[in-house]
Design a protein around this ligand. Structure first.
Ligand code: CLF
Ligand code: SF4
Length: 297
């Protein structure tokens, strides 16, 4: 609440449903799935579907062009007055699709300047785009950080695509963690609120996430959202096919409680689709498919 933070930060979080537990009862967000490509591989991802860094794996979202996305935002904003935040969270990595992502932000800031812009990324390309993010007044950025130790990271990320090369194993994870933490520091310097998402993977990074929590807090992260791995074999992810289990609800809560003393923990995440529309936990995306939006005109 406003008593826990400086006034300028409260201004940014008070009507963002993910950054404020209270706000999520009253304010809605929407996502537009304009970013199909990705620059890394996570073992919990199946590329045919949405980016599992911010959304439930195994869901196919409707892909839009920036123009379709901006039409959709106008249609939703006129139907759902509590819609305060537009996020780009997939289906791949928004910053691996910078042309589409920033063109979407540009169009929306022209037609709907009151809507807050939000972005979720794996962080590999983040340092290259922080100035552009600031230019479009994107006040909220989520980075998915699952490790700060490449020994751990090599079991989560089989490869990254970096400076025109595919890198693997320890080397790939080392570059990824360096870029994520640098990107976080650059956001903090510019006063952009950073939320960290971490996927809890039992036996791989569950113990290590306490270290991640400390590292991101010391670099100014505002909120930490530890999410359970979802690894049903039918999603076709590497972890799912290898029989890697997700955490139990008790294991997740115990880890969140352990980190709670160090920084604000998000506990109301609903692992939304890359084309989610509505209050968190409510899915109105089916009301706003492209054919329906075109029919509204
Ligand atoms: Fe979307 Fe993410 Fe912005 Fe929210 S979702 S880009 S910060 S506007 Fe929110 Fe959904 Fe959890 Fe994401 S409940 S998956 S944390
Ligand atoms: Fe999949 Fe997202 Fe990871 Fe890319 S960043 S591999 S889209 S989960």
């Amino acid at each position: 609440g406003p008593e826990d933070m400086p006034a300028e930060i409260w201004e940014k979080v008070k009507n963002h449903p993910c950054y404020s537990e209270e706000a999520h009862h009253h304010y809605a967000r929407m996502h537009v799935a304009v970013a199909p490509a990705c620059n890394i591989q996570c073992n919990y991802c199946n590329r045919k579907y949405d980016c599992a860094n911010e959304s439930r794996p195994g869901v196919v979202s409707e892909r839009l062009t920036p123009e379709q996305a901006s039409k959709k935002v106008l249609a939703v904003a006129s139907t759902i007055p509590q819609m305060t935040v537009l996020g780009i969270a997939g289906p791949g990595d928004p910053l691996a699709n910078p042309g589409k992502t920033f063109e979407t932000f540009r169009l929306i800031s022209e037609v709907a300047p009151d809507i807050k812009l939000c972005l979720s990324t794996n962080g590999l390309a983040l340092p290259d785009w922080v100035d552009e993010i600031a230019k479009y007044k994107v006040d909220h950025v989520t980075i998915t950080i699952n490790m700060i130790d490449p020994e751990v990271g090599q079991h989560i990320y089989p490869w990254i695509f970096w400076e025109n090369k595919r890198l693997q194993g320890y080397e790939a994870a080392k570059i990824l963690t360096e870029r994520q933490l640098l990107g976080l520091e650059m956001l903090t310097e510019r006063g952009i609120l950073a939320k960290i998402n971490s996927v809890m993977i039992p036996g791989i990074n569950d113990k290590h996430l306490v270290e991640v929590n400390k590292a991101v807090k010391s670099r100014g992260a505002f909120l930490h959202n530890i999410m359970p791995l979802i690894s049903a074999p039918e999603h076709g992810t590497v972890f799912g096919l290898n029989g890697q289990r997700g955490p139990t609800a008790q294991e997740l809560k115990a880890l969140q409680d352990e980190c709670e003393g160090d920084m604000n923990m998000m506990r109301h995440c609903r692992q939304c689709r890359a084309d989610a529309v509505g209050l968190l936990g409510e899915d109105r995306s089916a009301e706003f498919t492209t054919d329906k939006i075109m029919a509204m005109e």
